[in-house]
Write a new protein. Structure first.
Length: 282
């Protein structure tokens, strides 16, 4: 019989958020949200390896964060689409206790030379499909495979996949409409975004089940849209769809990242946490 006496002692309350002595690796960490994840984890004591394909950007973000957390921030170049790149960083700076799969391509609306809107499904180039999935989904698989396997062999680890509210709902393409264009020329959120974000939820469930008895927990965080100087029309259209009536501030996911990456969430694995101002509740 399992009694409370046979359950190992775990820190409770605020003590459960302590990551001192742990090493976290964040992918795509030089971007808008990656640096927030880095600050969140350093704030609770983790040593943070701030990785990005763009080393100059990673170094510049790291410099800012080092002013607050001098001994905890380490920038590194890492391309999530390349196993050798991930293995190199792990061998130099590992072992990794916490992995945040955050890297993604922010799809740009783009008209091809023959004036076709290439974000639209009918014209979406196979190269864009391959490239965006390689970074957003295959990259998360590769990092989890390489770093997660070591976590499992050590009996401890946390993986956090960063998806989106679009992991559970379809994009509302009316948000992206531009005045003066015919319907067939209107830009759209590309198909890859939905496929990648839903795929991350599947990857999360698979890995969570696979490593459930190896001490590795895997969850997804699905943020809603973060305000980043978007144009007024877009903000009005989007906020009309959000019950709380506003986009997120970039700092509003920090405490969720702290919860999901620390022992504060010790009994949680395989879940997708939506933080979206209520957008997906309607
Ligand atoms: N910003 C938002 O409103 C929002 C909302 C929901 C979900 N998200 C998700 O949050 C995550 C971060 O978004 P963001 O807004 O900070 O994006 P961002 O574009 O600002 O940052 C992404 C980073 O990934 C890096 N990157 C690209 N290819 C890479 C590769 N091959 N290897 C390593 N790094 C690579 C880029 O250099 C960039 O620094 C993404 O997964 C995004 O889909 C963002």
């Amino acid at each position: 019989m399992v009694t409370s006496a046979s359950v190992p002692q775990r820190p409770v309350g605020l003590a459960a958020f302590d990551l001192e002595g742990r090493t976290a690796l964040i992918t795509g960490a030089a971007g808008l949200l990656g640096q927030e994840h880095a600050a969140a984890l350093a704030q609770i004591g983790a040593r943070v390896i701030l990785t990005d394909v763009d080393l100059a950007k990673a170094e510049s973000v790291a410099l800012e964060l080092k002013a607050l957390y001098p001994d905890l921030i380490i920038p590194a170049q890492m391309d999530v689409t390349r196993a050798d790149s991930i293995k190199h960083v792990a061998s130099q700076l590992g072992p990794i206790d916490i992995l945040v799969n955050n890297a993604a391509i922010d799809p740009k609306f783009d008209r091809s030379a023959d004036q076709v809107e290439t974000s639209r499904l009918e014209h979406f180039p196979l190269e864009s499909w391959d490239f965006q999935i390689a970074v957003g989904l295959t990259g998360a698989f590769l990092c989890s495979q390489i770093l997660g396997a070591v976590m499992a062999s050590r009996g401890f680890g946390v993986i956090l996949n960063i998806a989106s509210d679009l992991s559970v709902i379809a994009p509302d393409q009316r948000l992206y409409r531009k005045e003066g264009l015919m319907d067939e020329d209107q830009p759209v959120k590309p198909v890859t975004y939905s496929v990648i974000k839903a795929g991350l939820v599947g990857l999360t469930r698979y890995l969570a089940g696979y490593w459930a008895d190896s001490g590795v927990r895997v969850n997804t965080l699905s943020p809603g849209g973060v305000f980043n100087d978007h144009d007024e029309v877009f903000v009005r259209r989007l906020t009309d769809l959000i019950p709380m009536g506003r986009m997120a501030d970039r700092s509003e996911y920090r405490s969720a990242v702290q919860f999901l990456c620390s022992p504060a969430s010790s009994y949680m694995t395989g879940q997708n946490i939506l933080i979206d101002g209520g957008r997906t509740l309607l």
